[in-house]
Design a protein around this ligand. Structure first.
Ligand SMILES: [Zn+2]
Length: 205
């Protein structure tokens, strides 16, 4: 942190307002735009954002994929993430926890996490090739892969919970909304044929 402060002092930028990357040797580019459509700033090619700016909202879009809301109340930091099977496999939950640690000093055991509404494990059959990817990463006996004859169902919320626990978030501080977007008409659902996306919002205190 000392060298970052030195650099900021030498170049004359405000370190407190600097945006920092969490690198994963991928190819994603996050771009910021001065124009603010619909009153907000869209951050492209990212599935998770964090802020400690008081009153600032983070908005994510969902239709069966899970919203993950993170809060470090001690530091006034919040984060919002979008987790479908691709994001879960890529470790978006873990990446968010690590990003909050790097950017704000949040330790995982100080986090409260809400896993919002999404497609439940009974409603989410996935292809063999997707199941194989999860199985090879976490083991075939893992509790979130339910193999029933030729059908494989994925417990996406279970995967996310496991990742959060592995990252050091305390299990009793991970809440799950438990609402299934496919089964319940009030949600948009890709699999359920209700076109559209619902918004998830988390606001920094
Ligand atoms: Zn369901």
């Amino acid at each position: 942190m000392g060298r970052r402060r030195q650099l900021a002092a030498q170049l004359g930028f405000d370190l407190e307002r600097a945006l920092m990357t969490v690198q994963e040797h991928g190819a994603n580019v996050v771009t910021f735009h001065r124009r603010r459509p619909e009153g907000g700033q869209c951050v492209f090619s990212t599935d998770a954002l964090a802020t400690d700016v008081p009153g600032q909202a983070i908005v994510t879009y969902h239709a069966d994929c899970f919203p993950l809301l993170f809060a470090d109340t001690r530091r006034g930091v919040v984060a919002g993430a979008h987790a479908g099977w691709r994001g879960a496999l890529a470790g978006v939950a873990t990446q968010t926890v690590q990003a909050m640690h790097l950017a704000y000093g949040t330790s995982p055991d100080q986090l409260d996490v809400l896993i919002g509404p999404g497609i439940c494990r009974h409603c989410y059959p996935v292809g063999r090739e997707i199941a194989e990817q999860f199985a090879s990463r976490y083991g075939r006996e893992a509790r979130y892969l339910e193999i029933d004859g030729g059908d494989v169902r994925l417990d996406l919320a279970g995967v996310v919970r496991l990742q959060l626990e592995d990252a050091g978030v305390e299990s009793d501080r991970i809440q799950s909304a438990g609402w299934c977007t496919r089964e319940e008409d009030r949600w948009f659902s890709h699999r359920g044929g209700r076109a559209g996306r619902f918004l998830s919002v988390v606001i920094a205190p």
